[in-house]
Design a protein around this ligand. Structure first.
Ligand code: SF4
Length: 389
């Protein structure tokens, strides 16, 4: 797996519409909008794209339609966005990874074929669990059978690069249920699998239920067992663990994810989306109507911008890189910051190494097996060290 070049960049496009609100979700999404709203929003995205004055010099290697539920958009709207990107950059897009997140139950065979024809070449389906009682508790709009059907239809429509998401640590979830979910997605032979631990986010219905004592989460050692079992099973079936939560068949890793973890630049269109561009970070207006109104009134849809300090950039580079299985590249660190990482974080490297939490492999520094189980502790140690340095 070759690292992206320092100048390779990506484009994230946020589509904030959902049919229903999942009980664990705190993303910037809205329900109850109609076709007219979708079209108006896409016009706003086109305006924002048009008003980006600095067209990057490097190579665009990934476009990611995330959400929300991008598959609520009619294929002609996605096609218009892709045409506008192609037109402005004056490059063909067939070598660009173009991912669309989709919810099972929102796509049929015809629509999937049209997305493929529009240029989408990678699909990410939110399966989450294989037991309908868990899907119902999460307020997902689909069943396990819908997920399987959407996957098969996507294959028939020509998608040869499909990711499936699963969540572990669900309320009352047993190890046997988690194993059943993993076995089920393995029979589909998806190209890429993402296994996420449930996070209880403030303000979500799950957080409220938890506070009221109406919810039981699996104990942390059971969640750790789920993660370990999933990892071992996927590796046994030929999947490469290339990041803490992500596994792919050889050559099918997500280019877009890797751009984030190697701290490459990315632009972002859409309400609340964040961009990073060589030391600067900016974010778009979060409110969907306000975002559209700002662009319609001649604005750029941007809510704020900050310049990262050198230490903040190093901190992000290290903790994002440590998420990857191979760790972060010391050579790349030198290229990016003009300094050897040991001269900045040498003491914390030595301490974590002595504790058996990180290890050096050639030019990379990575989490050890024990360090993976204590990843949050390792990240906190790095962040704390750099803040004090
Ligand atoms: S479909 Fe995805 S974005 Fe929409 S509410 Fe559910 S988890 Fe959130």
């Amino acid at each position: 797996m070759i690292d992206p070049k320092l100048s390779d960049w990506g484009l994230y496009i946020h589509i904030p519409f959902c049919q229903a609100r999942c009980t664990y979700c705190d993303f910037n999404t809205v329900t109850g909008m109609d076709e007219g709203d979708y079209r108006r929003y896409v016009e706003a995205l086109l305006l924002q794209w048009e008003r980006i004055t600095e067209v990057p010099n490097g190579q665009l290697i990934s476009i990611f339609f995330g959400g929300g539920t991008p598959s609520l958009l009619q294929p002609d709207l996605l096609a218009r966005l892709l045409q506008a990107i192609r037109g402005k950059l004056q490059i063909p897009l067939q070598h660009v990874e173009i991912t669309m997140e989709a919810n099972p139950g929102t796509v049929d065979a015809k629509r999937l074929r049209q997305y493929r024809q529009a240029g989408v070449n990678r699909l990410s389906l939110g399966v989450q669990a294989w037991q309908n009682h868990h899907l119902a508790r999460l307020n997902r709009i689909h069943s396990a059978a819908d997920a399987e059907e959407s996957f098969q239809k996507a294959r028939e429509a020509g998608f040869d690069n499909i990711n499936l998401d699963l969540i572990y640590g669900l309320p009352k979830q047993t190890l046997a249920e988690w194993q059943e979910s993993i076995e089920a997605v393995l029979t589909l032979r998806a190209d890429h699998l993402s296994l996420y631990q449930l996070q209880i986010e403030e303000g979500t219905p799950l957080a409220t239920q938890l506070k009221k004592g109406l919810l039981t989460l699996p104990p942390s050692d059971l969640s750790a067992d789920m993660a370990d079992w999933g990892r071992a099973k996927l590796v046994e079936r030929g999947y490469v663990p290339y990041e803490i939560s992500n596994y792919s068949l050889p050559g099918k890793h997500s280019r877009h994810n890797r751009l984030y973890w190697t701290m490459n630049p990315y632009l972002a269109l859409g309400a609340g989306a964040h961009a990073y561009w060589y030391g600067k970070r900016w974010w778009n207006i979060r409110g969907i109507r306000r975002y559209m109104e700002d662009l319609e009134a001649g604005g750029h849809g941007i809510a704020g911008m900050e310049t990262l300090s050198r230490h903040e950039e190093m901190q992000e580079y290290i903790w994002l890189g440590l998420r990857e299985e191979k760790g972060f590249s010391r050579v790349r660190f030198c290229e990016k910051f003009g300094i050897n990482p040991e001269s900045v974080v040498g003491p914390i490297f030595r301490r974590l190494h002595q504790q058996g939490l990180i290890e050096r492999r050639g030019n990379h520094v990575r989490l050890s097996a024990r360090g993976r189980d204590m990843a949050n502790y390792v990240f906190r140690e790095f962040v704390g060290f750099l803040q004090e340095a």
